[in-house]
Ligand binder design. Sequence first.
Ligand SMILES: NC(=O)c1ccc[n+]([C@@H]2O[C@H](COP(=O)([O-])OP(=O)(O)OC[C@H]3O[C@@H](n4cnc5c(N)ncnc54)[C@H](O)[C@@H]3O)[C@@H](O)[C@H]2O)c1
Length: 362
Amino acid sequence: MGKTVKSVEVRTKDKTYKIFIGDLILHQIIKTRKEISADRFALIVSARIMELYSDNIKEIFRGVKNVEVFKMHDGEKNKIYKYAERFLDDMLKSGFTRRSVVIGIGGGVVGDFAGFIASVYMRGIPIIHIPTTLLAMVDSSIGGKTAVNLSAGKNIAGSFHQPHMVISDVNFIRTLPENELKNGLSEVLKHALIGEEKLLKILDKNDLKSIKISDIIQKIIFLSVLFKSRIVEKDEDEKGIRAILNFGHTVGHAIESMSGYKGISHGEAVAIGLKIETEISRRIGWLDNGEVSYVNELISHYNLINKTNKFNAEKIVEHMKFDKKNIGGKFKFVLLKGLHNPVYNQEVDFKLVMDAVRCINS
Ligand SMILES: NC(=O)c1ccc[n+]([C@@H]2O[C@H](COP(=O)([O-])OP(=O)(O)OC[C@H]3O[C@@H](n4cnc5c(N)ncnc54)[C@H](O)[C@@H]3O)[C@@H](O)[C@H]2O)c1
């Protein structure tokens, strides 16, 4: 067990809440139970987490009468509006009230879904996030964005609903498959490039095996959480600086959408995006060759891109043209004016983008 529990306090317009990061710290939830006056808890738990951790979860809630468990199947196809309506109906039938609390235990899919449920049930009840993937710990559980998918598109229905508390227990990382670990690592690398120098040094010193060591992964999550939280505090509604968190994602989203969200993971698409957007920064003179090589080496070191995956530059650029931010023959990017110095809303010509994509792909 890690010796210390780290915590980050997040101050938003409506509330101040804490994010706890530690090893085997689920009992924090029991403290919360005493601290907030909830009449009932709706535990929305990933089916996979239930398979792996039902004993631990039962242990935590042993003797607690006002808890009802709702198992949720994983996968984007289940993070949908239709199922949200069913969940809300079931909660009403079960007698949940405005004084009830939702607890989401799982990856980003469960977290987004549980957050959405909490944000609309009786006009909003508190949500406690217990993220179980690296991506959910360093990204989706922070910042209050909730979402469900519609048949028209991914994450189309959603809300901003800041959590009451987040408990990131690194013990969950032990069972996380390597491809899921890498999904989270792409976001960690993004945070390291746009913000945290310390984070970049930790990534530099470790590898896919050593970062799983409790103290190391705890530090990585803590620094990522601290960085994202400070950005969210400055721009809760995503009207300004929060846009820097999209570094690597303009191209990443285009690649995912081009592939119909199949055959390429989110983390891999983001890693390719990081590579291309770093190259664009070099081409406009903001990064030097050494900095670009360093970023590329880190991406290879953690094996974030599957080398067999070739992609079509013209198609990526075509997909980016659909993005509503990109108008009038120019794309808008977050670029790096030196490492750890992101600049958002940077206009770049289509041709320069195309050249950068081709260069990475060759
Ligand atoms: N709200 C936000 O700000 C935000 C930000 C980024 C991503 N997201 C959303 O997050 C979702 C992706 O989240 P994700 O990457 O966590 O994927 P996920 O929730 O789909 O989880 C990935 C897989 O890992 C399994 N899993 C989870 N925890 C595990 C554990 N500890 N051990 C073993 N297996 C485990 C799950 O069963 C699942 O199969 C997407 O829907 C995306 O839209 C939201």
